[in-house]
Ligand binder design. Structure first.
Ligand code: SAM
Length: 190
């Protein structure tokens, strides 16, 4: 299984955000939805072997981990508005989807949980080891920051466990673009 963790420092933790203003009103929920889309969708299909965990750390009641699982997702389309609408419904407790899980846990708990399963973490960092020089392990978990990057404390926390910092080059890409590149790298090798 491929897993992505997005540390979303401003992502809202209540359903009170507007679908008409995803970038502005709700702590960059556009960025969150775009990362989920790039993690899970290819043309006309879902990536059944992938999940993405969004660690939402914005107001009003952080943290919340929102996980989307490609093997269980039902009735969601890949546009940002539809993905955000599902986050809103699930946060409100109004709808359930077997492929979406919301938990009131934080980044450290998520990392510890995955580490206890023997996970190897790849921290995405422009200054890391070039990905072309790295033999990616099976069942990789990639950790990415949002538009503000990964906070130092969180990065240091992941670094307590088995990990490597990897770079896609010196250009700073959008987190969603990094996800597409990582999938491409893995797709090419399988
Ligand atoms: C828009 S970037 C963050 C930019 C932010 N100003 C910073 O300095 O971290 C979002 C995230 O994508 C990942 N990222 C972006 N470009 C990358 C690259 N060339 N190599 C590795 N990771 C990258 C990093 O995890 C980063 O935290």
């Amino acid at each position: 299984m491929r897993q992505f963790i997005l540390y979303a420092s401003k992502a809202v933790t209540s359903p009170d955000f507007s679908l008409d203003d995803l970038p502005g009103s709700g702590g960059r929920m556009d960025l969150v939805a775009r990362c989920i889309c790039n993690a899970l969708w290819i043309s006309h299909a879902l990536r059944r072997d992938t999940c993405i965990h969004v660690v939402a750390c914005g107001s009003p009641c952080p943290p919340v981990v929102i996980s989307f699982y490609g093997d269980r997702l039902r009735g969601v389309s890949p546009d940002e508005r539809n993905i955000a609408a599902w986050i809103k419904k699930v946060l409100a407790g109004k709808r359930k989807n077997p492929g979406i899980r919301i938990r009131r846990i934080g980044f450290p708990q998520l990392i510890e949980e995955l580490a206890s399963e023997g996970t190897f973490f790849y921290i995405l960092d422009e200054k890391g080891q070039a990905i072309s020089d790295v033999e990616l392990k099976e069942d990789p978990v990639f950790v990415l920051g949002d538009h503000l990057g990964m906070p130092r404390n969180e990065e240091e926390f992941v670094a307590r466990f088995e990990h490597e910092k990897i770079s896609l080059g010196s250009i700073s890409y959008l987190a969603s673009q990094c996800i597409t590149v990582l999938h491409y790298e893995l797709d090419e090798k399988t």
